[in-house]
Design a protein around this ligand. Structure first.
Ligand code: AMP
Ligand code: ZN
Length: 472
C-alpha cells in the first residue's frame, strides 16, 4: 500500500509522492517554539506528531531532512526581555536550552537544523525577500514605516485556510496600528522600530525595525531547504494566518509552489479548550515529571490519538498511558524469557503466530497511530495467550522481538534505563564506575556479564546506554 496523508491545502487524503522519488529524500519544515517561556505539552503534541511522521517515513526508507525554527524575536520575546530588563538574547537563552532538554526527554529526534530568527544570515534573507515583494508590488511601506504584504495582489491568498477574503473586510474593529494598512488582512513583513523595541532592531531599506513572524519562517525554510519543500507541519492554529502568509511570501518571491503537503495536528485540549499560555490552562514537561510521570509515558500519552483528532489532557489519560506501557514491558519481558529458554521447548511453536506488516500499513494510512496501537495490543493479547499455553517458542518469540525493535524505531517507548531490573542496573553502574576509574579490563568483564544476561552496554557520547541485546 502506498503512503497517504491528509493535505490541508486540498482538504483531501492524497497519495504521498515526494519531489525526489528516486533518491527518496524528503525536505520537511516544522514551525518551532517561540522562546519567551517554557513550551507547554500542547506544543509538544505538535512536535511529537512531527517526530512520529519523520520516524515513520524513515522506517519506510525515506531520508528526511528536517528543519525546525526557533522564534527568538517577536512581540512576546521583546516584551519579556523588557520586563526582565535584560538583553533579548539573554532572555531567550534559557528557554532555548529548556526546549532542547524537553525534546530529549520526549525522545524527539533532533532536527537537522534549528535556525534562529535573529541569525544575521536569515535576517538578511528576510530583508532580501521583502525587497523582492516590494519591487513586485506585492508589498508596500505604510505611513507608520512598517512594510505590509498586499494580500489582494496574491491570487492564491486564502486557499490554504479555505478562507474568503471578503470576510476579512467585514470584521469590525481594527487595531490602531492597522489604520495605516490598505486592507485589514494585510500583514506586517517588516515592523518599524518603536521605543518599546529598545535596542532590538536591524537596519533595512525601510529604516530600522525587525521582521514579522511569518517572514521568518519563509526565509529560514528556503535558505536551508530551497524554494520548494515536500512537507510543512504545525498545529491547526498555524494554518491561518501563519502558513497562509508563508505561502504568499515565498511563492510571491519564487513563483513556484512552496509546499507539496501541508500537515496540521489538532490541539491538545483541557476541558474542551486549547491548552495555551494565554488561557493559563497549561502544563510544562517539568510539571508532569514532578508528578512522577516519565518522558516515555508523556510521549506515549501525547502520541496515542490520531493527530487530526483533538486530544483531551486528563490525569486518567496519563494513568492509561502508564498502564499501556506496563503491558508492553511485561510482554517484552516474557518474550525475552522465552528466547532465553525458560519454557518447555517440547511444547513450543505449536501455533503459527507471526508478526505482520499491518502496524506499518496503519501508519501509511495518514499516520493512523490509534489503529497501529490497536494492532500492537491485539498482538500482545494473542502472543500472551499462546505463551500461557506454552505454544509459542523461542524462534517465534524472537521474531516478535525483532518486530518490536522495528516498530519501536517509530514509537520510541522502550523502557528507560532507570527501569532496568535491579541486578542489571547494578552491573551497569559497576561498569560505569570501572570506566571512570579507567579499569578497562573490569569494564569489559562487566560488559560480558551483561551480555550473558541478555543486555548490551554501549558507550555513546551521552554516556553508557544499556538496552536489551537484539535477539536475546
Ligand atoms: P507557538 O510557540 O505558539 O508558536 O506554538 C508552537 C507549535 O505548537 C505550533 O505548531 C502550534 O500550532 C503548536 N501548538 C500550540 N498549542 C497547541 C496545543 N494546545 N495543541 C497542539 N499544538 C499546539
Ligand atoms: Zn512557522
Amino acid at each position: 500500500m502506498s503512503i497517504r496523508f491528509f493535505n490541508t491545502y486540498s482538504r483531501a487524503l492524497e497519495e504521498f509522492q515526494p519531489r525526489a522519488s528516486a533518491s527518496r529524500k524528503i525536505d520537511m519544515y516544522t514551525c518551532g517554539p517561540t522562546v519567551y517561556s517554557r513550551a507547554h505539552i500542547g506544543n509538544f503534541r505538535a512536535y511529537v506528531f512531527e517526530d512520529l511522521l519523520q520516524r515513520h517515513l524513515e522506517l519506510r526508507d525515506y531520508k528526511v531532512c528536517r528543519v525546525m525554527n526557533v522564534t527568538d524575536v517577536d512581540d512576546k520575546t521583546i516584551r519579556g526581555a523588557r520586563a526582565a530588563k535584560i538583553p533579548l538574547a539573554e532572555f531567550t537563552a534559557p528557554f532555548k536550552q529548556a526546549f532542547f532538554e524537553d525534546i530529549e526527554t520526549l525522545r524527539i529526534k533532533r532536527a537537522n537544523e534549528f535556525p534562529a530568527a535573529t541569525d544575521r544570515r536569515y535576517v538578511d534573507k528576510m530583508i532580501a525577500m521583502i525587497g523582492t515583494l516590494v519591487s513586485r508590488g506585492l508589498a508596500y511601506q505604510a505611513d507608520d514605516k512598517s512594510v505590509y504584504y498586499r494580500i489582494n495582489k496574491f491570487p492564491g491568498y486564502g486557499k490554504l485556510a479555505h478562507f474568503d477574503l471578503t470576510q476579512l473586510q467585514s470584521t469590525g474593529r481594527v487595531k490602531n496600528d492597522e489604520y495605516d494598512k490598505e486592507h485589514v488582512g494585510d500583514f506586517a513583513l517588516w515592523k518599524a522600530w518603536d521605543e518599546e523595541d529598545g535596542d532590538v532592531k536591524w537596519d533595512s531599506p525601510w529604516g530600522p525595525g525587525r521582521p514579522g513572524w511569518h517572514i521568518e519562517c519563509s526565509a529560514m525554510a528556503t535558505a536551508i531547504l530551497g524554494d520548494q519543500i515536500d512537507i510543512h507541519c504545525g498545529g491547526v492554529d498555524n494554518i491561518f494566518p501563519h502558513h497562509e502568509a508563508e505561502i504568499a511570501q515565498t511563492e510571491g518571491v519564487t513563483g513556484k509552489q512552496f509546499v507539496r503537503y501541508w500537515l496540521h495536528c489538532a490541539h491538545l485540549l483541557v476541558d474542551g479548550q486549547k491548552m495555551s499560555k494565554s488561557l493559563g490552562n497549561f502544563y510544562t514537561l517539568p510539571d508532569l515529571l514532578e508528578r512522577g510521570y516519565t518522558g516515555r509515558e508523556i510521549r506515549y500519552s501525547l502520541m496515542r490519538v490520531h493527530y487530526r483528532a483533538p486530544l483531551n489532557f486528563t490525569w486518567e489519560g496519563m494513568e492509561e498511558a502508564r498502564q499501556a506501557l506496563a503491558r508492553i514491558d511485561d510482554w517484552l519481558e516474557r518474550l525475552h524469557e522465552t528466547v532465553a529458554g525458560k519454557i518447555d521447548p517440547s511444547k513450543a511453536d505449536k501455533i503459527d503466530l507471526q508478526p505482520g506488516a499491518r502496524f506499518e500499513e496503519a501508519l501509511d494510512d495518514d499516520l493512523n497511530i490509534s489503529a497501529a496501537l490497536g494492532l500492537l495490543f491485539e498482538s500482545i493479547r494473542e502472543t500472551n495467550r499462546a505463551l500461557d499455553r506454552n505454544e509459542l517458542g523461542a524462534a517465534a518469540a524472537n521474531a516478535w522481538l525483532q518486530w518490536w525493535e522495528r516498530i519501536d524505531s517509530v514509537l520510541v517507548i522502550q523502557p528507560e534505563v532507570a527501569s532496568l531490573p535491579a541486578a542489571i542496573a547494578a552491573l551497569a553502574e559497576a561498569r560505569m564506575q570501572a570506566r571512570l576509574a579507567k579499569d578497562w579490563r573490569k569494564s569489559d568483564e562487566l560488559r560480558d556479564e551483561l551480555s550473558a544476561r541478555g543486555w548490551e552496554a554501549r558507550d555513546t557520547k551521552d554516556g553508557q546506554k544499556v538496552t536489551r541485546r537484539a535477539g536475546a
